[in-house]
Every structure is written in C-alpha cells, then in structure tokens.
Design a protein around this ligand. Structure first.
Ligand SMILES: Nc1ncnc2c1ncn2[C@@H]1O[C@H](COP(=O)(O)OP(=O)(O)OP(=O)(O)O)[C@@H](O)[C@H]1O
Length: 331
C-alpha cells in the first residue's frame, strides 16, 4: 500500500437537513470525528444516520451548517473531486455488473487518470489486502462471487485511490451472520493497517461495539443522545433512550470491551490455571475459565507471569462505575 495519504478529521457543525415536504431528517448536529478513528453512527430506523453520512460526501446537501474535512468546507469543493477523495461502501455494494473485479476496483484511479499498469498493480494490491487472491478473482464478474466476496470488492474499490475518509452505510448487513462476523474481523484488521477516518452506519449495537472507536447514538431527527467509546457507552449510558438502545445485556457486552485490570491481579497460587495474555479482555479471561472449568486465570505479559485474575474480580471490575462520558449539549 502506498498509504501516503493521511487520514483527515471531520467536523460536522450544526448540520441540518430539512426536506421540501417539511421532514426534518437531521435537526442540528455537531460532531467532531478524529482522524484515523472509526466512528459508528447508530440509532433506530429513520433517525437520520444515512442522511448524516451522505451530507459528508454531498450526495445530500445540508440545508444549513457546515461539514469540514481536514478543515475544508465540503460545500466549497467540487462534488466530483470531493467524492473521488472519499471512499463509499453501501449495503448492496453497487459493483458494475458488466465489469470484472479488477476493473471495478480500479474505477476511481481510472477517473483520476492513473496509467493502466499502476491501476492494475493497485487493484491487485487492494484485492490481496481485503483477502481475495487477485489471480483467482480479478477476472471474475460480480455475479460469479459470493455476497461476502462482493462486499470485499466493494471495500477494495472504496480504498483504491487511498482516500482520507471512508464512509460505510450498513456495509455488512446483506450477508449471513457468519460471513458478517468474518467481514467485521477483516475490517478491524484492515483498519489497523490503513487507519482511515471511517464513518460507519449500522443499526446493530453489537457491530457498533465491535468496530467503533467511538459511537454516536442518534434518536429521531438526528439528535445526538451520546457520543462515547464503546466501554463508556456500555458502562454509563447517558439516558433512558441510550440504556434501552444498548439493551439489558450490556454487562455481557462490556466483557468484550473491558481490558483485564492490572490493579486486580493477585500473586499466582494455582499453577494449572489457564493462561491469558495481559492485553486480553475480561471476555477472553472468562472464556478461558469456562473452557477449562476453573475459577481463575493466570495473566502473562510475554514470558512474565503478572498474577492471577479470579472470577469474582471480573464481577467486581464491572461493578466499578466509570465516570460518565462528557455529554453533548442538548440540541
Ligand atoms: N427525499 C425525502 N423527502 C422527505 N423525507 C425524506 C427524504 N429522504 C429521507 N427522508 C426522511 O428522512 C429521515 C431520515 O432518513 P435516513 O435514511 O437518514 O434514516 P436512517 O436512520 O438512515 O434510516 P434506516 O436505518 O431505516 O436506513 C426519515 O424519516 C426519512 O423518511
């Protein structure tokens, strides 16, 4: 990957979208999205998630307010140029059916006038990056791929010109749950490599928790109810709306986003306790206990034994209240 393009921060400043029939899809939303992070927009159907996303690449023009990418107001830039600098992945991919995979992936580089050899090289590099063997799949047509493979091609195409920003609208919802989980894992791996500023829309809280560095919970009219990391959101929902939205099993979900607290480790006494890595989560620790039928794990950092974590420590760690996340001003 040539990866020279830096990720760019995005600022939504009091953006509003009102349709001619009077529908207010997004009231007035302000949000700062950090460069290189994945921000998830989540909320019930019709709350304005897709509208927010499409105002970033100007598929929808805001009624008022501003969207800044790297400090530049998108409404001041040429829409075609803007969209070539922003990757966009949607639920049903939208691959061109009469073009093969390689040609689909090379769409934006071609529009940008790259030489043919460089486009081909870049397409193959991207296909490899999303886990598709270019020699095997490059010449196939979209109908010769599975849903999950098509989705990967969509991601490769969105990344082809190394955009600073990647917008993803329910990118993994058209595939079955097993493929979906695999694509989510691949996305996490990919994002660790490419570090784009990603804005991802979903209505699935589990997906939001798995993929988001930060989650923006929206209610009707694009009202921001909470903007927080997954751990903060699950530990301290800002209000009843968010609490209901994240669900009654948020304690279980918190296991996956809470690291093993070093402060709770005690000197090891059980020489046979299953071992977990120091950067594992409470979920990893509990899974190891359940797998081995033990009530404690040994926590190791490389070769050093740091101590033991008991099942009761997991309950105690989750019972500890996190300070409430800073809240947006009511709009
Ligand atoms: N052209 C339009 N004219 C009037 N209202 C519209 C128009 N397009 C969208 N809307 C309304 O704007 C609101 C927000 O739509 P949007 O697609 O952003 O919601 P969403 O949160 O992405 O929904 P979903 O999760 O169902 O995809 C909805 O109430 C929708 O009916």
């Amino acid at each position: 990957m040539d990866g020279t393009r830096k990720a760019a921060p995005i600022a939504l400043q009091r953006v509003r979208k009102q349709y001619p029939d009077g529908t207010v899809a997004v009231g007035e939303l302000s949000l700062e999205l950090a460069a290189g992070e994945t921000t998830v927009l989540i909320g019930p159907s019709g709350c304005g998630k897709s509208t927010v996303l499409r105002m970033i690449n100007r598929l929808i023009e805001p009624t008022s307010g501003a969207v800044l990418i790297d400090g530049e107001d998108v409404t001041k830039s040429d829409p075609d140029r803007l969209r070539r600098g922003i990757g966009y992945v949607i639920q049903h991919v939208g691959l061109f059916p009469h073009q093969n995979v390689r040609t689909n992936v090379g769409t934006v580089p071609r529009l940008l006038g790259w030489p043919a050899a460089r486009i081909r090289e870049r397409s193959d590099e991207l296909l490899t990056l999303v886990g598709l063997d270019a020699a095997r799949y490059g010449d196939r047509y979209p109908h010769e791929l599975s849903g999950g493979q098509r989705q990967r091609v969509g991601v490769a195409r969105a990344l082809a010109a190394d955009p600073a920003v990647l917008l993803m609208d329910e990118p993994f919802s058209a595939v079955d749950p097993i493929v979906r989980t695999r694509l989510q894992d691949e996305f996490r791996r990919l994002q660790r490599t490419v570090r784009k500023t990603v804005v991802l829309v979903t209505h699935d809280i589990d997906e939001a928790v798995r993929l988001g560095d930060r989650i923006a919970v929206l209610s009707e009219g694009g009202k921001l109810e909470q903007f927080a990391t997954p751990a903060e959101l699950l530990a301290a929902p800002a209000n009843d709306f968010v609490r209901e939205f994240v669900g009654g099993d948020r304690g279980i979900k918190r296991l996956a986003v809470t690291p093993i607290p070093r402060s709770r480790l005690t000197p090891a006494v059980d020489g046979d306790a299953p071992v977990v890595a120091a950067d594992a989560t409470l979920q990893d620790a509990l899974a190891a206990m359940l797998r081995e039928g033990r009530d404690r794990v040994a926590v190791r950092d490389d070769s050093e034994l740091l101590g033991e974590l008991a099942a009761a420590d997991i309950v105690a760690a989750l019972a500890e209240d996190l300070p409430p996340a800073p809240q947006p001003a009511a709009s």
